[in-house]
Design a protein around this ligand. Structure first.
Ligand code: C2E
Ligand code: MG
Ligand code: MG
Ligand code: MG
Length: 289
């Protein structure tokens, strides 16, 4: 809010706002440099089918290798990248890297890419996805686009048209972090989705009360009825995996129990290890989880 400086002119910013703006500006310049000098790297976390114990896809998770600050997690810069208008450029880099690197994996393994709501709502997303596929040679069916509920919330008509155009390219669409946003079960029917990722908070995030578990089972069953693949995120213990397996409605699992996000070369070893062993054996043998 504007404050009077006592000299007839309004003081629009207080100290903390100036600090925040300065930090944002520094991070913005750093992010521009990161784009220019290729400081972004993808890590990949396996998503495993409960039934077969095989890795069906890997989620591409962005890491920033900052020359001075070291490895920075996406939670620390995606928000600022969105605010300063760099998220679309970053998303394009992510799509390019993920598609190229997935070409090094067996064709049975897809790659899932997180796309910001801002990038999704711009007018370049369909073109960016098509270009990443064309340049890498990756088959569209091996690309999963992960969107959160916030991407689908704003403008239903535009969101539906973009999703339809992405589907026409042949890519799959997953709804990420399901259950955390302004979840409306009508999304599940009105949008052309193939996958639902039930948020970690229902699996290992402290919402494991009886009521939450009842909700989780109900949502999972409903999704299955609608023909969606149901993924549980954030599986950290074998007790959680057992519970999800018994539930019967969960198709795939992802979490530290199975594997932590890895750099590309290690992903190929993981894919092999999971293919050669049962799920419980593979979980036991995974080296760095
Ligand atoms: P997300 O898409 O829900 O990704 C899952 C996050 O949960 C990842 O964190 C992953 O490392 C973490 N995770 C996986 N298994 C477990 C587990 O068992 N326990 C716990 N506690 N955490 C687990 P990460 O890599 O820090 O990414 C955080 C978020 O940043 C992602 O959440 C996604 O929303 C966003 N993000 C990551 N990469 C990108 C990207 O390339 N573009 C955009 N726009 N957003 C990204
Ligand atoms: Mg995700
Ligand atoms: Mg998620
Ligand atoms: Mg999440």
């Amino acid at each position: 809010a504007a404050k009077s400086s006592g000299r007839g002119c309004a003081r629009f910013y207080d100290r903390s706002m100036i600090e925040a703006a300065r930090t944002r500006r520094i991070v913005e310049l750093d992010l521009r440099e990161a784009l220019a000098s290729d400081q972004f790297q993808m890590f990949y976390q396996p998503i495993v089918a409960i039934g077969s114990g095989r890795i069906t896809s890997c989620e591409a998770l962005l890491r920033w290798r900052h020359p001075e600050k070291g490895m920075i997690a996406p939670g620390d810069f995606i928000g600022i990248a969105e605010e300063v208008g760099l998220i679309t450029q970053i998303g394009r880099v992510v799509l390019g890297k993920a598609c190229r690197e997935a070409m090094l994996w067996p064709a049975s393994v897809s790659v899932a890419v997180n796309i910001s709501a801002i990038h999704f709502h711009g007018d370049v997303i369909v073109n960016d996805v098509a270009q990443a596929l064309a340049r890498s040679g990756l088959s569209a069916s091996r690309l999963v686009i992960e969107l959160t509920e916030s991407a689908l919330m704003h403008d239903d008509a535009q969101a539906l048209s973009t999703l339809t155009r992405l589907r026409d390219l042949g890519v799959q669409i997953a709804l990420d972090d399901f259950g955390t946003g302004y979840s409306s079960l009508s999304y599940l029917q009105s949008f052309p989705l193939q996958k639902i990722k039930i948020d970690r908070s229902f699996v290992s995030g402290g919402r494991e009360t009886q009521k939450d578990q009842t909700l989780l089972v109900g949502i999972a069953r409903l999704c299955k009825e609608l023909g969606l693949t149901v993924v549980a995120e954030g599986v950290e213990t074998s007790e959680q995996l057992d519970g999800l397996t018994r539930m019967g409605a969960i198709d795939e699992v992802q979490g530290y129990l199975l594997a932590r996000p890895q750099a590309t070369p290690l992903v190929r070893d993981l894919i092999r290890a999971f293919a050669a062993n049962s799920l419980t054996q593979a979980v036991k043998r995974t080296p760095s989880r």
